[in-house]
Design a binder for this molecule. Structure first.
Ligand code: ADP
Length: 248
């Protein structure tokens, strides 16, 4: 199977500071992977480089078999628009659009018909518990609600790859669980590949694989395999403590 993401010796520098060092990473289609590590270890930078938002400084990256460095700007834009869903920390909702318009924006831009948009919208709204705020504007809803709206917008296009940076960061535990279950559903139903940065062991335990970053390098990696979620949760905690305490 062709990997969705493959990197070899990937590095990223800001000025003289090496933020990512010699990252070799392969992500297969349908994997649901968490990236954990202390603050400043390079998690967001890695996500930004892999999602083509930021440029790499050295090494190589292949996305769905294509070398990133060979892709022209237009091909990168097309990749982002057609293949990728983003759930980032700062939501990026448009203030002048309602919640519903924000969520449907990626579909309207592609010329989807109204009934097809509604068909996709309803199950996502229910799963995320945001049916009641469709007519509101971003300025009228809470941070947690914004995060769920941003998540709905990211997954309504049924993307092949979802990049999620601390998607449960602003959510209470009930909403966090709903969002994680939505991601699991997406992963299982559509085989969507998901890469999720999180500092939260509970969130990571929903994944099938956890990669641990430290000082810009991958220092450890565990797979859930046949483990149940509870056992995997304990394994993640154990790995964190072996690595020297809390990963935040
Ligand atoms: P994490 O997501 O693990 O907290 P980041 O990827 O945000 O880590 O940051 C890794 C390191 O890179 C940090 O030391 C941070 O200060 C630095 N860094 C991130 N973005 C920039 C930037 N645009 N310019 C300079 N340094 C940056």
């Amino acid at each position: 199977m062709q990997p969705v993401i493959q990197t070899k010796n990937l590095s990223k520098q800001y000025g003289a500071t090496a933020v990512l060092k010699n990252i070799d990473l392969t992500v297969q289609p349908g994997e649901f992977t968490a990236i954990m590590g202390p603050s400043g270890s390079g998690k967001s930078t890695l996500m930004n480089v892999l999602s083509t938002i930021d440029k790499l400084s050295g090494g190589e990256v292949w996305l769905e078999g294509k070398a990133l460095l060979d892709l022209k700007k237009s091909a990168l834009r097309q990749f982002r628009q057609e293949r990728v869903g983003f759930i980032f920390q700062d939501y990026n909702l448009l203030d002048t659009l309602t919640v519903k318009e924000n969520i449907l924006l990626p579909l309207s831009l592609r010329g989807f018909k109204a009934d097809e948009m509604e068909r996709r919208l309803q199950p996502i709204l229910q799963a995320l518990g945001i049916e009641g705020i469709l007519a509101k504007y971003p300025s009228e809803i809470s941070g947690g609600q914004k995060q769920r709206v941003a998540s709905a917008r990211a997954i309504i296009t049924e993307p092949a790859i979802v990049f999620a940076d601390e998607p449960t960061g602003a959510l209470d535990s009930r909403s966090a669980t709903q969002l994680l279950e939505q991601l699991v559903g997406l992963n299982e139903t559509f085989g969507t590949t998901i890469l999720m940065v999180t500092h939260d062991t509970y969130a990571a335990s929903y994944c099938k694989r956890v990669i641990f970053l430290r000082d810009g390098g991958i220092v450890n990696e565990i797979y859930a395999g046949e483990m149940g979620q509870k056992v995997f949760y304990d394994r993640i905690l154990e790995t964190q403590s072996l690595m020297g305490g809390k990963l935040r």
